[in-house]
Design a protein around this ligand. Structure first.
Ligand code: ZN
Ligand code: MN
Length: 489
């Protein structure tokens, strides 16, 4: 076979549900999982003659997200009707944005291997309303739930700058962190708060010629796993298809696929519509939005340090590993707790270990975030300092942490109550060392003989003293005393 190389080209279309209290053009409450068709009104079910009114908060949330994605915010933006017929869209059009979106030309930096980042350009992000939901749980009948109609969605479209399933997944995770950090979406994948549609094709180089395979759009993915796997699957399928048929983009442009999660394969749905099929035209019932500098400045002031910046700062400033920094910045509340505890005097690595190890375990058990365990930064810093000054052992700090979560008591009080304070009384410790030496002549001989066995024997003596003190003696001091008694050269 001739030499063949290929490049994977992926662009993403993403819908993010904004966490406003009410829908985008009416006063109905956003309620996931409610009894079907109980959060609807004439506006959101599309009765003729009703008048939509824009939810200001939805627009502000979308601007905030667009700013976090480094987009330009035009001073003027308007609404358009996108016409299509589907049972979950009774009014036969979706209010969306076409030629003048509320934001454009941004980028998102995503973490890739080795602490590096890759910049993915964003073409535009616009605001629109969601449709309802068809359900198929009634035997031969399909049912429609319109509770979701009119949910504000931010649609984000990237340039095809992604070049693997892994990168696509990394972008999805980063975007989830960002919208959660700035508080515009719950971004709960299982509830469909973020839905992804990758456009995948290959640039295949064969015998010095470049061939482009037809683009596949995979619809409606709402898990990181399905997202990554469906892209990887399409890469293999398109490669096989090209080898078998030689099919390229000229022979049929774009097709829409679904993802079959059970059989882990894409399934052809339909040939893709073009924009002119949607008959976009300006929405006559809504006034355009004009944003002035003051309003934009006010919204910009709500931005916080974004997750990737925070992660990098924790590596640079606090010398955390990239892995630890990633774990600790997964949730903003936990990252802030960590940051505050370090500022309150705890050593970063110690605080990080306490939070990710014992904190992570307890949070998992309780089904909450680490920050929601309810510890305050000062107590956490205090606990970390107690380990660093050898007042307590690292093992004891784990026990104390658990007790702090349970009782909200002060770490020192718990340490005293549970007898976990290590003795640093060198007189008392020396007496125990002497007793141990007198009782273990063989180990003493090995220590004084020097060489290989000496180190091990020293460890044995230290262990004996620890045991004698019932784990209360400060091992650093025992070690100092032993070293004084048996100077090593
Ligand atoms: Zn409504
Ligand atoms: Mn859309």
């Amino acid at each position: 076979m001739s030499d063949l190389t290929y490049k994977v080209i992926v662009g993403l279309e993403i819908h993010v549900q904004l966490k406003t209290n009410t829908k985008i053009f009416c006063g109905c409450e956003l309620a996931f999982g409610a009894e079907p068709n109980t959060h609807v009104c004439p506006v959101c079910i599309g009765m003729p003659g009703v008048m939509p009114v824009m939810n200001k908060k939805a627009y502000e949330y979308s601007v905030l997200a667009a700013l976090a994605l480094n987009c330009n915010i035009p001073a003027f933006t308007k609404w358009d009707r996108k016409s299509y017929y589907y049972p979950d869209l009774p009014k036969n059009y979706q209010i969306s944005q076409y030629d003048l979106p509320m934001s454009e030309n941004g980028f998102i930096d995503i973490p890739i291997e080795g602490g590096e980042t890759k910049r993915i350009r964003i073409i535009r992000a616009h605001l629109e309303e969601d449709a309802g939901k068809n359900t198929h749980t009634l035997g031969n009948f399909s049912a429609i739930d319109l509770n979701r109609t009119g949910t504000p969605l931010l649609e984000i479209v990237t340039e095809p700058d992604l070049s693997s399933g892994t990168e696509v997944r990394a972008l999805a995770i980063e975007l989830q962190r960002i919208v959660r950090y700035i508080g515009v979406s719950h971004a709960d994948m299982q509830k469909g708060h973020m839905r992804f549609e990758p456009n995948v094709n290959l640039h295949i180089t064969k015998d010095g010629k470049v061939y482009e395979t037809p683009i596949s759009e995979i619809k409606n993915l709402n898990s990181f796993r399905a997202l990554e796997r469906s892209v990887n699957y399409e890469v293999r399928r398109q490669l096989d298809d090209f080898m078998e048929s030689g099919r390229t983009m000229e022979m049929g442009n774009k097709k829409t696929f679904g993802w079959d999660d059970v059989n882990e394969r894409t399934v052809l749905q339909r040939e893709k519509e073009e924009a002119h099929d949607y008959r976009y035209f300006p929405e006559p019932d809504l006034v355009p939005i004009e944003i002035d500098d003051d309003w934009l400045t006010e919204i910009r002031s709500r931005l916080c340090e974004l997750p990737l910046e925070k992660q990098k700062r924790f590596v640079d400033e606090y010398k955390l590993s990239d892995y630890d920094a990633g774990v600790i910045t997964a949730e903003k509340s936990t990252a802030d707790l960590f940051d505050d505890a370090v500022k309150a005097g705890g050593t970063p690595k110690r605080i990080c270990n306490l939070l990710t190890q014992v904190g992570g375990k307890l949070a998992n058990e309780a089904g909450c975030s680490i920050a929601e365990l309810g510890l305050d930064a000062e107590s956490l810093a205090k606990l970390a300092k107690m380990v660093d000054s050898s007042e307590i052992s690292a093992t004891a700090s784990m026990t104390i942490f658990e007790e702090m979560v349970k009782t909200q008591k002060d770490p020192e009080a718990i340490a005293k109550e549970k007898n976990l304070i290590q003795s640093s009384d060198s007189g008392e410790i020396e007496a125990m060392v002497d007793e141990v030496i007198a009782a273990n002549q063989k180990a003493v001989d090995e220590v004084t003989a020097g060489g290989k066995k000496s180190k091990k024997a020293m460890g044995f003596l230290l262990g004996q003293v620890m045991q004698k003190s019932k784990g209360q003696a400060n091992p650093k001091i025992i070690s100092e005393i032993l070293n004084e008694k048996f100077p090593q050269d």
